[in-house]
Design a protein around this ligand. Structure first.
Ligand code: ADP
Length: 269
């Protein structure tokens, strides 16, 4: 298995990103059973570390989840983040901006949703939509979205400098896998609610989206706000990879319980 997934799946700062070089089927030598056992261990470790994060109230963790449609943002949130204590953890979904949001700069709604000290914030979609869907559908002129790479880097640097660690994930599935997942939704009446005809239009823009993701990751993967490309055709591998990277992010904070008051000599009557 060699190096840790946290190193292998990292988009190194300043590197060129070609998604065709990243196999969505990859498992880096892991077998399903051992991967699932390791994921359980990671989730236990994550909850221990979350308790320290919450107790210490000095640091925060921001998790950004972006994905090709059907790649599994929702199930990653359920399966990996579902083990966290809901107190101290918040999921924010970013939809088409409201009128009020459109009257402000694109980071306005995002900044309001970042986690406070002691918290873990999970973004289901994020400010990256403003250089992804917005770019692919020409919702603003290029000169506007192009400046956003710098603006995003500076915003994330501010968060980092004020105690928030950031980890950004692109869940990567193959085109055939997406076809299969869409077909499964179509064939199963209990999944019809998930099927949006609009997804087919987005699917037709596959290459445009990949190009936009490549550029976004290339411009904004930084040592302190790294992107990871998560091979997501195999759900068990996706969960293993995301959980490992999050454990490493929390470990890196060297969290400690706060010093208690002097409890010597205290007797509870
Ligand atoms: P999801 O697909 O994440 O489960 P929805 O079905 O509600 O949730 O989709 C949210 C939609 O909002 C997506 O089509 C996404 O592209 C769009 N969206 C999010 N942010 C923006 C933005 N800044 N500008 C335009 N569209 C956006």
């Amino acid at each position: 298995m060699g190096a840790k997934l946290t190193e292998r799946l990292l988009v190194k700062a300043g590197s060129k990103v070609r998604l065709s070089d990243w196999d969505p089927e990859a498992d880096y030598g892991w077998q399903r059973e051992e991967a699932e056992a390791e994921t359980v261990r990671n989730l236990e470790r994550m909850s221990e570390l979350q308790e320290k994060l919450w107790a210490g109230r000095e640091r925060a963790l921001l998790v950004v989840l972006q994905a090709t449609d059907t790649a599994g943002k929702d199930s990653t949130i359920r399966r990996v983040m579902g083990h966290l204590n809901p107190q101290g953890c918040e999921v924010t979904g970013f939809k088409v901006p409201t009128e009020e949001e459109r009257e402000h700069d694109f980071l306005w709604r995002v900044h309001k949703a970042v986690p406070g000290k002691g918290e873990i914030g999970i973004f289901n979609r994020s400010h990256y939509e403003d250089v992804l869907v917005v770019r692919v559908h020409n919702l603003v002129p290029e000169e506007v979205w192009r400046k956003r790479y710098d603006q995003i880097r500076e915003f994330e640097q501010l968060l980092h400098q004020t105690g928030t660690s950031i980890r950004k994930f692109f869940l990567h599935i193959g085109r055939d896998e997406q076809k299969q997942r869409l077909q499964d939704r179509l064939d199963d009446p209990t999944k019809h609610w998930k099927f949006r005809i609009g997804d087919l239009k987005e699917r037709a823009l596959w290459d445009e989206y990949h190009k936009a993701y490549e550029d976004a990751m290339e411009h904004t993967s930084r040592e302190k706000a790294p992107w990871y490309v998560i091979p997501a055709n195999r759900k068990w591998f996706r969960d293993l990879a995301v959980s490992e990277i999050l454990v490493d992010a929390l470990e890196e904070m060297e969290l400690k319980f706060p010093e208690p008051e002097d409890l010597s000599g205290i007797v509870i009557e």
